[in-house]
Design a protein around this ligand. Structure first.
Ligand SMILES: [Zn+2]
Length: 482
């Protein structure tokens, strides 16, 4: 059972708060292998809800799931020059199998472009085989030096979409479409507002033409890259000879995209909504959307209250609500409230003898507000309304917090004061030079999160690079990031 000591507050030490929240809510634990994570049932349930929603969205946009092997021949990784340079330092390599040294070492996938495109070379012959739209749910391994539960672990779970197209325009359209799918998921399911845009060359995926990203601002004013979508151009199809016969009979290389989100999203969910009492889970992703706590003293009260509670439970289940009746004996209601609060359950219904007599229940919201009596008549409809409201309010509160922590058209001095002070997002002009980026990163640890899409850009486009004063080629969003 979770301990009863209060969490370190976010204001005191955000990082300690994060770790304690995960332990308290029993979301994950450290593994015997350094840098790896055990995802406990409460944490895995959130990931499952995420998977379910995303998987449906992928299928609705025409994708199918498949599975490719965990092991990749080491030589595959070297075929695309940038790719190997980007991933070689963090690969885990298997050199022995069955007690014998392998002829060729096997890399444990850090990402699956190489193995997947080697297969696509066999499967794609003609323009009629295109587009090929495949997603895989898998684990990957990247040998990280500094790890944090959910945010950066040596092994993590994710999905990686890999598609092949006949033209560059179709690949670009797919890349943008899937970025849009991620954005919809993050806003409508996670209640997490994101800024979309393109990455600069220094932050681009190793081997991609262009990388697009969804960026969110956490409560400690650090940004988090929540999902990426890459237009790979023909880089991998040339390396793996993925060719097809065009409608006019020529031979051409396919155009690829890849896109992914990972269990990092669970970390994002914690950091964008959590409070000093623990996790706050948006209803659409909550394992339990409603918990019912029966309150009784005598045996007589107990049977009446439990019976009424179970009736409420069954009604909510039939309305499609994920509900749990906490009928544990020998545990005080207050202790149950505390536990479910820490786990982020959106709504709690308390059922006592007086409520039963009055044909009502007592409602408490995870995100505050006064407790209120709800009549049993029409309860499921009211619960569904309350959940929709909470889903919406969490999104708007996060958006308001992000905007309050953003400054626009910043000068160098304002940038430094913001980044080294309260932190948050800085919108400013950028000359396009990698030297400016590197200089800023070295001095402040801030990076360009994205060159934002039009809807996020400032009404007045910046004229000069806020760092070097040369003409600006694009507005950029800077922040310190996870
Ligand atoms: Zn510059």
């Amino acid at each position: 059972m979770a301990d009863s000591k209060a969490l370190t507050t976010r204001a005191t030490d955000f990082s300690a708060w994060y770790n304690e929240l995960i332990a308290r809510a029993e979301l994950a634990d450290y593994s015997p292998v350094r840098g790896c994570m055990v995802i406990r049932p409460n944490g895995y349930a959130i990931w499952e809800q995420m998977q379910r929603a995303l998987d449906q969205m992928f299928k609705d946009t025409g994708h199918q799931n498949a599975y490719f092997p965990l092991f990749i021949p080491q030589s595959f990784l070297s075929r695309e020059a940038e790719h190997v340079e980007g991933f070689a330092p963090e690969t885990a390599v298997v050199t022995h199998g069955g007690g014998k040294e392998l002829e060729e070492p096997l890399v444990i996938r850090p990402t699956s472009e190489t193995i997947i495109y080697a297969m696509y070379a066999k499967w794609i012959q003609s323009y009629r085989d295109l587009p090929l739209l495949i997603n895989q749910w898998a684990n990957v391994v990247r040998w990280e030096m500094r790890t944090r539960l959910f945010l950066r672990t040596t092994e993590f779970l994710w999905q990686e979409g890999h598609t092949a197209h006949a033209t560059e325009a179709e690949a670009e359209e797919e890349t943008r479409r899937m970025l849009g799918v991620y954005r919809t998921f993050m806003e409508e399911w996670m209640s997490m507002p994101v800024i979309t845009g393109r990455k600069t060359d220094s932050e681009r995926f190793a081997g991609a033409l262009r990388t697009y990203s969804c960026e969110a601002l956490m409560q400690d004013n650090k940004a988090l890259q929540a999902g990426t979508s890459h237009n790979l151009g023909q880089n991998f199809s040339r390396a793996f000879e993925v060719t097809f016969q065009t409608a006019s009979g020529d031979l051409d290389h396919v155009w690829n995209t890849s896109w992914g989100v990972s269990t990092r999203l669970v970390g994002a969910l914690i950091m964008i909504h959590g409070d000093d009492a623990g996790l706050v889970c948006p209803p659409r992703l909550a394992q339990y959307q409603v918990v019912i706590v029966p309150i009784y003293r005598t045996d007589e009260e107990r049977s009446a209250v439990l019976e009424a509670s179970d009736r409420v439970r069954r009604e909510l289940v039939s309305a499609g609500v994920r509900v749990h009746l906490d009928a544990r004996d020998g545990m005080k209601p207050g202790a149950k409230y505390y536990e479910w609060e820490g786990r982020g359950v959106p709504l709690r219904l308390e059922v006592g003898p007086r409520d039963v007599a009055a044909g009502a229940v007592m409602l408490a919201r995870r995100t505050g507000g006064k407790k209120e009596h709800l009549p049993l008549a029409g309860l499921p409809v009211r619960i569904i309304e309350l959940m929709a409201q909470m889903q919406h309010d969490l999104l708007e509160a996060s958006r308001a917090r992000r905007e309050a922590a953003s400054i626009r058209n910043a000068t160098k001095e304002q940038f430094l004061a913001h980044i080294e002070g309260p932190g948050g997002l800085v919108y400013a002009g950028f000359c396009g030079s990698g030297e400016c980026e590197a200089d800023i990163k070295e001095r402040t640890k801030a990076t360009i999160r994205v060159l934002p899409d039009e809807e996020f850009r400032s009404p007045e486009p910046p004229v000069v690079c806020m760092w070097c004063g040369r003409p600006s080629v694009a507005e950029a969003v800077w922040a310190k990031a996870y």
